[in-house]
Design a protein around this ligand. Structure first.
Ligand code: ATP
Ligand code: MG
Length: 425
């Protein structure tokens, strides 16, 4: 029997994990600078955490969820996104209490699951790095979250990304706009794609987001939400824009941009790249927005929140194409070869001693010919290497060879064991 990974999943092998770990380490550093702390919530939740009302028409909830009944007949879903679980944890642990910081700022990194048609940059198990700032309703926080996302791209050495923003207004604005959209789209009903026809009355905003070329033509002349903003929503959006300008963050407004989940309002944003690695056009690598009703929907107080999720697989494609130098080089400070059993025993002992002092070191374990062992030292990118045999054991000294310069120095074994860093510069 041939065992294979499930469709739409990937094995991340050691050749790749170095880059992933470096990306994660850089992201943690940026989050710390902005005052965000890590949160880890379950990979699966009660189905209702993600599907909160029957009218939810997002593809993610309607079609893409991995859900099942467990042995205790609980309806469970693998998380398709990070926000709902974090908000559930926030409410369940009463993190809105007076003893906690406000806003309550957290980040997470981990796998998400969506039943989708796999293709480049689209998997069934994929990873997101995300943040949430809960318990606030301030344009400053919106801009902080956007600025933090942009900082990440800078830190990764891929600053050529495009920021697009939009507003969905508040509940009333959305209601008014929804009706205007239906009125506009109704006469075009027969020309719309099947999906968009389905959505027309249930969630017309989603029609704006259609990937169908025919739909896009119709939608191009649709009324803009910006014409339906009330004074408060308009003022909020104006403030977000003026703060972005203040921070020198370039952006475009795309009034046809909506989000794949139904809980968003006010500010939404996407960070996109037109790198050739995505095969033409803009691809969204990071997406986020404000969700002022969600905390209450999940049983908490009436408070707002905002966050984003960054698609790590897409980020990796972008990084490998646009900044390949970012990938860390695997290397060793020193590699030990041995010519006989006596030398091998000394190498083993020395290896253990220098590792205790933070030296990145390895040795041969195969017992092949010395020449082959030295080849391995080069293959592993060892900066230095040494060969141990009976003579080195008897004399208590050895030759430390510099792999780059080919020069060597003779060192007493005991001196090296006491202060290896002195010789491994
Ligand atoms: P799309 O329109 O590409 O399906 P989405 O609106 O469903 O995206 P979000 O729910 O906003 O995506 O998720 C945020 C980010 O997570 C996306 O911008 C993308 O980078 C990444 N992402 C979403 N779904 C997948 C997937 N199936 N595989 C890999 N990355 C994904
Ligand atoms: Mg999607």
């Amino acid at each position: 029997m041939d065992y294979q990974k499930p469709k739409g999943t990937a094995d991340l092998l050691p050749g790749t994990t170095g880059l992933w770990e470096k990306v994660e380490a850089n992201a943690r550093e940026v989050f710390r600078e902005f005052g965000y702390r890590g949160i880890r919530t379950p990979m699966f939740e009660d189905y209702n955490v993600f599907s909160r009302n029957v009218g939810d028409t997002s593809d993610i909830v309607e079609k893409e969820m991995y859900d099942f009944h467990d042995k205790g007949d609980r309806h469970i879903a693998l998380r398709p996104e990070g926000t709902a679980g974090v908000v559930r944890a926030y409410v369940e642990n009463k993190l809105y209490g007076p003893e906690y910081p406000k806003p309550y700022k957290v980040y997470y990194m981990g796998p998400m699951f969506r039943y989708e048609r796999p293709q480049s940059g689209r998997q069934r198990e994929f990873h997101q790095i995300g943040v949430e700032a809960l318990n606030n309703e301030s344009p400053q926080i919106d801009v902080e979250v956007i600025a933090m996302a942009m900082t990440l791209f800078k830190r990764f050495g891929v600053p050529n990304v495009k920021l697009t923003i939009n507003t969905l207004g508040d509940k009333q604005v959305r209601e008014d706009y929804r009706q205007a959209l239906i009125d506009y789209l109704k006469p075009h009903y027969d020309e719309l794609s099947k999906d968009s026809q389905d959505r027309l009355y249930r969630n017309p905003l989603r029609v704006l987001d259609s990937k169908d070329a025919g739909d896009q033509k119709i939608v191009a002349n649709a009324p803009s939400i910006l014409d339906y903003l009330d004074d408060e929503s308009q003022a909020y959006f104006d403030q977000v824009q003026s703060l972005l300008k203040q921070l020198g963050i370039d952006y475009e407004i795309d009034t046809n941009m909506v989000r794949g989940l139904d809980y968003y309002n006010h500010t939404i944003f996407e960070i996109m790249s037109d790198s050739p690695v995505f095969g033409g056009g803009y691809t969204t690598v990071c997406a986020g927005g404000r969700y002022n009703g969600l905390i209450k929907q999940l049983g908490g107080p009436e408070e707002g929140g905002i966050g984003f999720g960054m698609g790590v697989e897409r980020l990796m494609l972008l990084l490998q194409q646009e900044n390949p130098e970012f990938a860390p080089q695997d290397s060793l400070d020193v590699f030990f070869a041995s010519a006989d059993d006596q030398g091998d025993a000394l190498a083993f002992d020395l290896l253990n001693k220098i590792r205790q002092q933070g030296i990145v070191a390895d040795k041969d374990y195969s017992g092949v010919k010395v020449g082959k062992q030295i080849k391995e030292a080069f293959r592993r990118n060892a900066k230095y290497f040494a060969v141990f045999g009976g003579r080195e054991v008897d004399e208590g000294k050895f030759e430390l060879k510099n792999a780059a310069t080919k020069g060597s120095v003779e060192i007493a074994v005991d001196d090296f064991a006491t202060d290896p860093a002195k010789y491994l510069k």
